[in-house]
Design a protein around this ligand. Sequence first.
Ligand code: ADP
Ligand code: ASP
Ligand code: MG
Length: 438
Amino acid sequence: MSTVVSKFGGSSVANAEQIRKVAAIVRDDPRRRVVVVSAPGKRSKEDEKITDILISCHARAAAGKDFRPRFALIRERYASIAADLGLGNDLEPVLDEVEASIAGGADDSAVVSRGEYLGAHLIARFLGAEFVDAAELIRFANSTAIDDAATDHAVRERLGGNGVVVIPGFYGAHADGRVQLFSRGGSDISASLIARALGAERYENWTDVSGLLSADPRVVTDPDPIAEVTYHELRELAYLGANVFHDEAVAPVADANIPIQIRNTNEPGHPGTMITSGASAEPRPAGTRTGVAGKTGFAGVLVKRSMLSKISDLPGQLGSVLGGAGIRLHHCALGSDSALAIVESAALDAAGVGVLKEIETLFSAHSVERTGPYALVGAVGTDLAVVPEVLGTVLTAFAAAKLPIHFVSSGYSRSSFIVAVDEDRYQEAIWQVYAATA
Ligand code: ADP
Ligand code: ASP
Ligand code: MG
């Protein structure tokens, strides 16, 4: 029988009521044999995700502070879900172990992954399904790269049966058994790797919106839904900041040509968004916008020196100094007497002013200055970057709104462009790009 891999995000498993919806969805189709779950997420806007509470427990313990009152919230949360589902609370011994491991200085992966681990245990029991630990399936080659062959092999060996299995997302393990987390939102990646290994018929990503929308619904009121999109467009939108789907989760299933379907646990009758290679889709006219997205939290590193452009391999050297300080170079603009690197503000904060001094010395610069804070906003669509009217209309709209632009990047792909604006005008900039590309 063919298999559908179904991943349920944090809001889909946040409480007993949501978990009942998950059970109904799983039981509705016998192909839904492989279920991947996130840790319980927010039940309301003011609520906290289990993952965030675990992160704060680990940070408090590392700083020598009392983490136990925070950990009590985690105990309460699982106990109330278990009680509401009519299950006994036999997670207590595991919770005791997690608490002891935090007190004993366990690393963040070992601690933070327990949100998914505990939740998957509960859901497996409620479904009468088998729990399979992700540490047995997802194999890391190092802290950032997956050992694809080992992962494919383990998944095929372990999930070869016909019964329903529930697997925690967000982590895997090294060959020596040490648990390793993905980045935030990483359960999307776990399910994608499992779908690829199994040659699944479809990868369903169940969340709290009815598919990919043409803008973040928290910023734009009622953005148009997107019925179909290509892997490439989804990856570009996710990269720009459409965090409904992790950008690293696209490649595994795209390589195997497995369709992704983003769907709503709260509206299971809605088809959501289907993501494919687009090979069989009707071509759309050039200039058709698919979506708009963006992110806050960027800063500039502005390097000034006369004839800076004569330095060979300037971007390479700049990128390597920044990279050495743990700062990823997102974008770079080069001119005759200056260069601007766009980086994440938090990484620059963490590195301190030493890195600016290092750049100044390396290039014998006249000055190295931090600029921003910026937000990056952009759009993705069919040949969007090469139809002149599109970017022209966006820039005209920005001019009318007196919205200064600090950086533009277009031409890195035919389908998208990015502009940097003042961070405090992020939402307005998203609206302007959305309206100008409609
Ligand atoms: P999950 O916990 O199910 O993985 P996420 O919070 O990661 O869910 O992603 C779903 C959220 O992504 C939505 O509630 C929505 O607010 C946000 N989002 C941002 N951009 C988009 C977009 N373009 N389309 C749909 N949702 C978006
Ligand atoms: N629970 C993790 C997070 O909050 C992973 C995920 O939900 O995909 O980031
Ligand atoms: Mg997510």
